[in-house]
Design a protein around this ligand. Structure first.
Ligand code: ADP
Length: 248
């Protein structure tokens, strides 16, 4: 969140943003379930210019053993940005940001998985950001929950999300990279769609209280649209599998 550069025009006189969207429009989103052979579950998401893959392994035995929990499974998500995912080559490996994102994503996913059904095991979720353009934590989390469902892991619901924010003193949905860089606030939100319980909420920058409420409402409405796309991706995968079986 920059806030310091004010000479970049982010909304034109017709209310269009630099990529042509209106204030309340999502970027185009495509989700595909079951893209990897070797993982127990997987998903690929394109969300605007973000490209992210999520892979799930487990439930499986935990190593090292002292990390086992005798009462439930341990869900460990690892968020990683590929060195080639951003303009300037990113130093490979975990940094403070990716460690924090891994933790908040693990917590969000843990809220929907029935962990107590798999004591002493781990469920490992890998989120690999191949191309980043802002909004990767939510896009990654969205893909990860589809990958968990694709792995057949029992869950209360998927996790869906979207960010909203503030640019040019206007509350807008789903900031892209330029808007994130030069805008005033970014508010990523993730929910359990069925109950609308919030499982991730973070904010960079600053907004008025009423702007915050508006941003939160917009983000939740958009998350419910993302939910439909997630479910559609899972349906497609299973309809595809059923057709393959019919042909055999
Ligand atoms: P999110 O991707 O969830 O919006 P941030 O707000 O931290 O997370 O990052 C916004 C965007 O900034 C990222 O999507 C990415 O395009 C870029 N970015 C983040 N970290 C780095 C980094 N270490 N090097 C280069 N670009 C980065």
């Amino acid at each position: 969140m920059g806030g310091m550069k004010t000479d970049v025009k982010l909304i034109d006189e017709n209310g269009r943003r630099i990529d042509g969207r209106l204030y309340n429009e999502l970027r185009p989103i495509k989700i595909e379930a079951g893209v990897l052979e070797r993982a127990d579950g997987s998903a690929y998401i394109e969300w605007g210019n973000n490209k992210i893959i999520a892979a799930v392994y487990g439930p499986r035995e935990v190593y090292p053993k002292h990390l086992q929990d005798p009462s439930k499974a341990v869900l460990r998500a690892r968020y990683n940005m590929a060195a080639f995912s951003v303009d300037e080559r990113k130093k490979p490996g975990p940094d403070r940001r990716s460690i924090e994102l891994s933790l908040v994503i693990s917590n969000a996913l843990s809220s929907v998985v029935f962990l107590e059904q798999f004591p002493r095991t781990s469920i490992d979720v890998f989120i690999e950001v191949l191309q980043a353009d802002a909004g990767t934590r939510i896009a990654g989390l969205t893909a990860a929950s589809v990958a968990l469902a694709d792995a057949g892991i029992p869950m209360r619901d998927l996790i869906s999300g979207c960010a909203a924010g503030k640019i040019e003193n206007t509350v807008v949905l789903d900031l892209n990279k330029d808007e994130d860089n030069y805008g005033q606030a970014d508010l990523p939100v993730a929910i359990i769609p069925r109950t609308k319980e919030i499982v991730l909420l973070q904010m960079d920058g600053d907004m008025e209280t009423d702007e915050f409420h508006k941003a939160l409402d917009m983000a939740i409405d958009a998350a419910l649209k993302v939910y439909e796309l997630q479910r559609e991706a899972l349906r497609k995968k299973y309809v595809g599998l059923a057709q393959e079986e019919d042909q055999q």
